[in-house]
Structure formats: structure tokens, C-alpha cells
Design a protein around this ligand. Sequence first.
Ligand code: 6R9
Length: 634
Amino acid sequence: MSLSSHPHTFRLSPADYNALTTNAAAQPELYWEREGRRLTWTAEPSAAYCKEKGWFADGALNASVNCLDRHLEKRGNQNALIWQAEDTGNVLRLTYKALHERVCRMANVLRSLGVKIGDRVAIHLPSVPEGPIAMLACARIGAIHVVLFGGFSPEAIADRLADSGAVVAVTANVGRRGAKRIPFKTTLDAALALHPDAHSIRHVLVVSVTEDDVSMDAGRDQWLSPLLDAASSDCTPQHMPSCAPLFLLYTSGSTGKPKGIVHGTGGYLVWASYTHDLVFDHQDGDIFWCTADIGWITGHTYGVYGPLLNGGTVLLFEGMPSHPSPGRWWNVIQDHKVTTFYTSPTAIRALMREGDDVVQRYDLSSLRVLGTVGEPISQEAWSWFNNHVGGGRCAFVDTWWQTESGGIMISPVPGAVTEKPASATLPLPGIHPVLLDEQGVPKAGATEGVLCLRGSWPGRAISIWKDATLFERTYLQPYPGFYFTGDGARRDEDGYYWITGRVDDVINVSGHRIGSAEIEDALATEPTIAESAAIGVPHDLKGQGIVVYVVPRAEAPEDLHIRAVKAITSKVGRYAAPEHIHIVPDLPKTRSGKNVRRLLRKIACGETEGFGDLSTLANPEIVVALVELVQSTK
Ligand code: 6R9
């Protein structure tokens, strides 16, 4: 696709973009100092970066002031947040003034419950305005928000509550998924009851999304709405040091326990503002719709912080893509005149299946920029989205980044970078990817390797909660001198990047990161299971699906399949349910006792030969047995 086929005017020309890239590389300190001025500081930082102290280290600011207060004069009556509820006729429009007022009330409620600077507040909510409001309210008083994805099981929530030490939890009576009701409060209650001594939750605030009643613990639980009504709408913001944590967000890696990724304030906000502005070609009047749940980093950076920092309008949709009928999402775009639509390849694959005629019924001419994130997108899905949703008129940004990076790292910039279908294209100005060989040596030119990053960038996570050495071990030590992303990539002759997927034991199911070890740890809690291995295999809809090999302790009980699924869904969540469970007598192991996942992956994909040299295995004979077993289940 050539740039000239875009009828839209984008802010940056290729020449502007080249100038940014050159400046960022030549004078990084100056470049980031200038980008730092995107924010309003109560203490101006004297330098952009210091290796020891971090980004904008001696600056101070408040995140909610940057998202709200400073826009009040110019944009007070402009919509900051449009909430489209599950029911079609139900829309709530909050201007910057109104959102500011609600955030202040919420912040006062939290303060009145004794939440102090640095305290953690857990947010476990469906897609309702109270999510972003609670996040910004925490930011206003210097508390650290910890958003917990709605799909987590009580066990998964309990672990994160214990690790974060959150003192208040904000939840909802129920969430709505189409006609279904998701029991948010009941799930949180179950989490709190699981290990009552391990968590520090003193108060639970409950949003009433529907009329549904839920049980309330008299000393602990309160309905949020009357507290907000009674609270003052005046709330002095807390000035925070730039490197003070703004939030924790749990994500999976190759170790069993999910890690609480810590993001700071100044650097993260600069990154959210910079990337949202550049990658989505932000313009006045844009309606920005990011379909990601706020429980994921995408929902944080582009569902809340980025667009609000830049004075934009965020659309938040409570419902599902196909309820009450296929085409609901297109209906939302049409009704709200969405200009910028950011979603996942998984969603696109599902929407493609509904047929082209569904999309064609809607007027999607408001769209200017389309984006995807979370997993590699196929050329087929890219083209479908570009042609049928974007009408071939829009810029398409396939954005590569991670929870740890805070915001987008590799992506086209509309109007400035020529797209290639299914490539994340080029690093943003100021970002320096490298592809390393197995020895950790950078490879030049068109090549493939482990994707690492040279140097730091403002959005980089500052630590892992309570475990700074784990941060070093996970990201900085594997390839000394570089930041290790966990992904592999190919670079073509034009210098474009094509992400090939994780090189560690992380499985990406519909854009959700799940560690093999997380699943194996869950299976280890089932007493009839001696050992297990979880791997990812290609899946038409989800990108990757999970396949589990289970070795029973003695004679396998008849319901072993059910027990295995239950162990996984109760420890991790329903989103981690496996596609297949193979009950096997043993797993292929190296002589040092490590499972050979490469073989397990091939066998699960139906391969019957080409396994290479098996003589280094401790038990080579098991390979044939597993092949036969897997083949017989087809
Ligand atoms: C933002 C987010 C990060 C992992 C990442 C990679 C995969 C993300 C991608 C992509 C190919 C893209 N990923 N964007 N793969 N193309 N455009 O998704 O964060 O949940 O932490 O996942 O997702 O494997 O390492 P997170």
C-alpha cells in the first residue's frame, strides 16, 4: 500500500518523521527533555534521564491533573469520556468538567477511607466509567492502582491482592456480557475468603451496574454511589515524584508467579502522551476507541491515560462485539463517529467470520486510523480489516509493545511510514531495537533473532513489585547491555520488523499472556497429577491455544480431564482453559531432567517425524509413544 492512497491528511510528513528520528538518535537528552514538556510539572525535571535515578527523576507532578485539570479551561465542555452501555439506548457523556468532578469525589471517598500516598487500591470492574474514574482518583491522591482483569479466578485475584497488599477494593455487583451476568462481587468475596490472612483489604466499594442485589459484609462493604454523592467535589491533588509508582499491573512471564509490573509516573505519562499522539495521529475532535479491557496495559495506556493526556475523547464500550446481533461494534463506530479504532487480531478474526455483508451495513466513514495490538496479525486479517472496515482509506498501525514497555514501541506512524501488511514496521523515534543471535551478539541487516532494545525509554517499567532483582534477572541480565523483550523478530531489507512471537515459555491466547509455568503450577495442585507440561499451538481464532500434557500419579482417575481443567480455570481463570489435554505416561526429558517443549509442541501440532536428534534425551522412546497417543486422539 502506498501513502498516496490515504485521502486523509495526517500531521506528520515522512520528512517530519525523519527529522524526529534523527534528532532522537543524535541528541536523546534534548529530545526527551522536549517531550517531557508535554506534561505539566509542579517541579520541572532538570534532566530527562539518569541511569541510576530514572526518567525525569527530580520532577514532580500529578497524573490526574495532567489528564484533567489542565484541560478544564480550554476543554471543560468537551467530552472526555463517552460510555456506551450494553443496552443500546444507554449512553453517558462526561465532559472534562464532569469527569474531573467525579474523579475528585472518588478521590475524596478513598481519602475518607484512610487511603494514603503509596497505598494500593485494587480495581476489579467491568467496562464502566467507574474504572477510569477510580484509576484517576488513585492517581489524584498518590495511591497506586492495581487493576485486576474481570476474567481472573478467585485464586488469581487472591494472589494479586496478597502480593500487592491492596487496602481497598473497588468492584461491581455484576458485569454484563450480553444477556449473561458476571458475578464480580461474588468472585471478589470468594477471593477474600480464600486466604483471609494473606490480604489487607479493609474496605470494598461496590458499583451498582444493574439492580441486582449482592451480599454485603456490614463492616467491610459499601455501595459506592451514595458515598460519591456525599463526597466533596473539591480535591487537592497530591504532587508526586516523577518516579513514584503510578500503578502495578500483573503480567505473566516464564516463571510461574505473575509479576507485578511497576510503572512510574512522569516517564510513563510522557510515553503514553507521546505514543498516542504520534501513532494515532491525534487531532482535535477525535473519538478514540480502544476495545481492550482496562485490566490490560492497552486499556491503561490507550483506554485512559494517552488520550486524556492529549485532551482527546475516549469511548468506553461495556458490551461485546456481537450482542445483541453481529455488527454491534460497527454500530458503535457509526453511532459515535469513532475516528480511531484500536483492537486486537483475535477480535478481527472473529468479526471476519461473521461475513463481509455485516460490516457493509454500517457507515464507517468517520474512521481515520485503525490499529491492532497484542499478537501477530496475519496478512489476511490485516487486509480484511483495512479494506472492509477501513474502506482502504485509513492508516493502519500494527503496534508492537508490552506491559513492561508502557506504550507502543514499534509501529507505523500515519502519513509518515509506508505500511506493509502484517508488519509492525519501524521503531518509533527514540527506540532502538536490536536482533541478537544466541550468543547475544547483534546481527546486522536483513535477519532474524531475539528482539532486544538498546538503552532506555521513558515508558519503561521501573521495577517488579517487591522484587527489583527479579526485574534485573528477567529483562536486563539475559542479554547484558540490552533489554530483553521475550519476543523474536525478523528484519527485512527495508529495516522493517516482523514479530515472530515469544521465544520464552509464554503462551499468547487471544492476546492474553499466560506462562506455561503458571498452568503447570496450577496442575500441580491436583493430587492425581504427577507432572505436566503446557505449550501453545496455532489456533484459528485465538492465535494460540493451550495444549496440556498430563502424567497421572498412578492409575489415572476417570475424570482426570475434568480435574485438570478445573485446576487450571480455578487457579488462573477461564481464559486459560486448554484446547486439548493429553494424558501420557511420561514427558520427553533432557538428561538434566528438563521437559523438551520443542518436541511437545511438534507432537501436539500433529507432526510425526522430523524431530531431529533424540539421542540426547534421557528417554527417547517416549517420543514415539506420544506421537501415537496424540495421533489416536485426532
Ligand atoms: C500491549 C500488549 C505483550 C506481548 C509481546 C508480544 C505480543 C504485542 C504485538 C505482539 C506481534 C504485535 N504482541 N503486540 N506480537 N505483533 N503488534 O499486548 O502487552 O499483554 O504485555 O503482551 O504480546 O509477544 O511480547 P502484553
